[in-house]
Design a protein around this ligand. Structure first.
Ligand SMILES: Nc1nc2c(ncn2[C@@H]2O[C@H](COP(=O)(O)OP(=O)(O)OP(=O)(O)O)[C@@H](O)[C@H]2O)c(=O)[nH]1
Length: 399
């Protein structure tokens, strides 16, 4: 019945907003509470091109090309990045509940994601920490019914058969922030089909995704008054960018693997295929973080008592530079030590582990070679343990 009505529903048009959350909060909720229950085609899938989008944007950095000269994305010649969260849903995970946000943008056709872990997503009441909420999701979309808002995830508190509270553009603004809390922990993660889906032991990408969500979910102890402390749930986000193979795509990455089996490392294999060492860009990630309200451009944080910004989970100095250049205030870099490197290890015993979410460490000589190349060739900030220092070509070891 509902599906039949969906097919007849008109395309939804969304009101365009400017980049700030304040601007979003000025939008009216006109027609939000009408009773029409049909789902517009724009909520069902791919006709976003015809839709005027409620976007959050961030200016492209002037200096990003200098940071990543190999990048094929030259932000100085591209239009300002706009992002819009078109759907949000609760996803139970081994590390606790997460809220998956799906974004459209005007830079590429990819569906980039934000995995938000934040207990405030479930709460309507006073909070110790500001909620991590998408301004473009909470914005009022034109000619939208309450049911349409709920279905695209623009609600507050819990969504159940009994509880259905649509969000408003200023859902979190009026709520009380009662303590100084650490900035949210954020991971900017690049898609890796092989590592995350089929458990490849050539890289630690699946493990890193799992570890990032684990670390973000860890409870935080805060001081609420002199001598008084309180533990609150961990909060933060993984921004999951569809930049497979450091931006070269899966086919090129598989070809690079064959070159690696012939003795090349990750960097030289990319170059031999005519690609840059790293073709990723981070402007979309910066715009998504801006939309989620966890950070603001450096210039607007100067006079606040609590600096807005993030703790960034990475070993990659180029990523830190690129995110800073895109206007993200990085208050701390948090290292990601591979689980198999957290204590030095015995190579002979490391042949079978896999890397699906929540199943432990990735292990093996291929992985050591991969991470060593990141340290030695790409400047990643990580200590190589003694047992990994002697690794060369894993195939030669097996022969
Ligand atoms: N081209 C190429 N890409 C790879 C290879 N192995 C993994 N990747 C991709 O690398 C990306 C992960 O990036 P990494 O360089 O591991 O890590 P990083 O994000 O730069 O740095 P960290 O934040 O410290 O993890 C994913 O998109 C993977 O698909 C490889 O051998 N060649």
């Amino acid at each position: 019945m509902l599906a039949q009505r969906c097919l007849k529903a008109p395309t939804l048009t969304a009101r365009t907003i400017t980049r700030s959350r304040c601007s979003a909060s000025k939008l009216s909720l006109r027609r939000v509470s009408t009773t029409r229950e049909a789902i517009p085609r724009s909520l069902l899938g791919s006709n976003v091109k015809n839709e005027r989008r409620a976007y959050t944007s961030i200016s492209p950095p002037k200096s990003a090309a200098a940071i990543d000269p190999s990048s094929q994305h030259d932000p100085t010649t591209q239009p300002e990045v706009h992002v819009k969260c078109v759907a949000r849903a609760r996803i139970p995970t081994p590390h606790g509940p997460a809220f998956l946000h799906l974004y459209n943008n005007n830079r590429d056709e990819k569906e980039h994601l934000a995995i938000v872990m934040d207990s405030a997503q479930f709460s309507d009441g006073p909070m110790v920490a500001p909620a991590i909420r998408s301004a473009s999701l909470d914005a009022a979309w034109e000619e939208e019914t309450t049911m349409e808002r709920l279905i695209r995830g623009a609600y507050t508190g819990r969504l159940t058969e009994e509880m259905r509270t649509p969000s408003t553009p200023q859902s979190d603004v009026s709520r009380t922030i009662t303590a100084v809390i650490p900035p949210p922990l954020v991971r900017i993660h690049s898609e890796c089909y092989t590592g995350e889906t089929i458990g490849s032991m050539r890289c630690d990408c699946g493990e890193q995704l799992d570890e990032a969500m684990r670390q973000i979910s860890q409870p935080i102890t805060i001081s609420t008054a002199p001598g008084v402390s309180q533990t609150i749930p961990g909060r933060g986000a993984v921004i999951y960018l569809r930049q497979e193979g450091r931006g070269i795509g899966l086919a090129a990455k598989l070809r690079a693997y064959n070159l690696q089996d012939m003795g090349h490392d990750t960097l030289s294999a990319n170059l031999m295929l005519g690609h840059g060492a790293d073709e990723r860009s981070y402007e979309v990630a910066a715009a998504i973080l801006g939309d989620l309200g966890v950070t603001e451009p450096l210039s607007s944080t100067a006079n606040t008592s609590q600096a807005r910004g993030i703790r960034l989970l990475t070993n990659n100095p180029a990523k830190v530079q690129a995110m800073s250049a895109a206007g993200i205030n990085i208050l701390e870099r948090v290292e990601m030590v591979p689980r198999s490197w957290q204590c030095d290890h015995d190579h002979g015993a490391r042949d079978t582990a896999t890397t699906i979410i929540d199943t432990g460490a990735v292990r093996g000589a291929d992985l050591d070679k991969y991470i060593k190349a990141k340290v030695e060739k790409m400047g990643h900030i990580l200590s190589v343990p003694p047992s990994a220092k002697s690794i060369r070509n894993p195939l030669q070891r097996q022969a």
